[in-house]
Design a protein. Structure first.
Length: 252
């Protein structure tokens, strides 16, 4: 009876709280709003040519075991059928940090950081000079001509150190402004890394080379199918940020 009143008479529904990565201050909301507005204005002027210049970068852990998402283990069963049980997996010490770089055409490069190595500003700058630039020379030579890339990465400390900024300034590579605490408008966060990890979930890997091989296979599939569309989808989250006046957008 109570359920009938709540649903049919009062038209109420049960909803869960939505997790967000950070409680944004008013200044941070304004930064999200203003950056989305500026990027959209630039996109309207240059259209897809602007997006084709963007290279997005980020780091993520590849682990020996990534638990399945809830939707991945869903099954259709008859009423009364027993529910499948799963044992919670103990976390493993086997993990590797991977740096991803991709553009509108797909993943350009994945770089596995050596064990017991911290990604500092100097390491990140060396990655640009000795790995990313070489990959661009082989796979995207147009970026090393007049059509220089626009780098999109977050505000993690290694990304914004002086050695990195000086290197990119010397190369005359632009850094696209990215507001703090904004994974909802980072294509690596809302697109690429999720798709890389999806086929790895629910599988257990014994060694770090096994993890690296699995990540490589996931990247190969993403490039072959053209599934990495986050760069070309950027105008959509920018529009949603404007609509939400700087608040986080749904999907996190």
């Amino acid at each position: 009876m109570v359920l009938h009143i709540l649903k049919e008479c009062l038209h109420m529904r049960k909803i869960a709280s939505r997790w967000v990565p950070h409680s944004l201050t008013e200044i941070q909301k304004w930064q999200q709003y203003e950056s989305a507005r500026m990027h959209l204005e630039r996109y309207k002027k240059k259209e897809d040519a602007f997006l084709h210049c963007i290279i997005a970068l980020d780091e993520a852990w590849g682990r020996a075991y990534e638990p399945e998402m809830k939707w991945q283990s869903n099954e259709r069963r008859h009423y009364g059928s027993p529910r499948e049980t799963k044992v919670r997996q103990n976390p493993s010490n086997a993990k590797v940090m991977v740096i991803f770089a991709y553009d509108s055409a797909g993943v350009i490069l994945t770089h596995a950081v050596p064990q017991h190595t911290t990604v500092t500003g100097q390491y990140y700058a060396d990655f640009f000079e000795h790995h990313l630039r070489c990959a661009l020379r082989k796979k995207r030579p147009h970026f090393l001509g007049e059509n220089t890339p626009i780098i999109l990465h977050d505000n993690a400390q290694p990304h914004v150190t002086g050695v990195v900024n000086q290197l990119l300034a010397r190369w005359q590579w632009e850094v696209l402004y990215h507001p703090p605490y904004s994974p909802d408008i980072s294509p690596c966060d809302f697109d690429l890394i999720l798709k890389v990890k999806e086929p790895l979930r629910g599988r257990r890997f014994k060694t770090i080379p096994d993890i690296i091989d699995a990540v490589g296979r996931a990247i190969w599939t993403i490039n072959k199918t053209g599934a990495a569309k986050g760069i070309m989808r950027l105008p959509h989250p920018w529009e949603r940020v404007l609509h939400n006046v700087g608040e986080y957008i749904k999907g996190l």
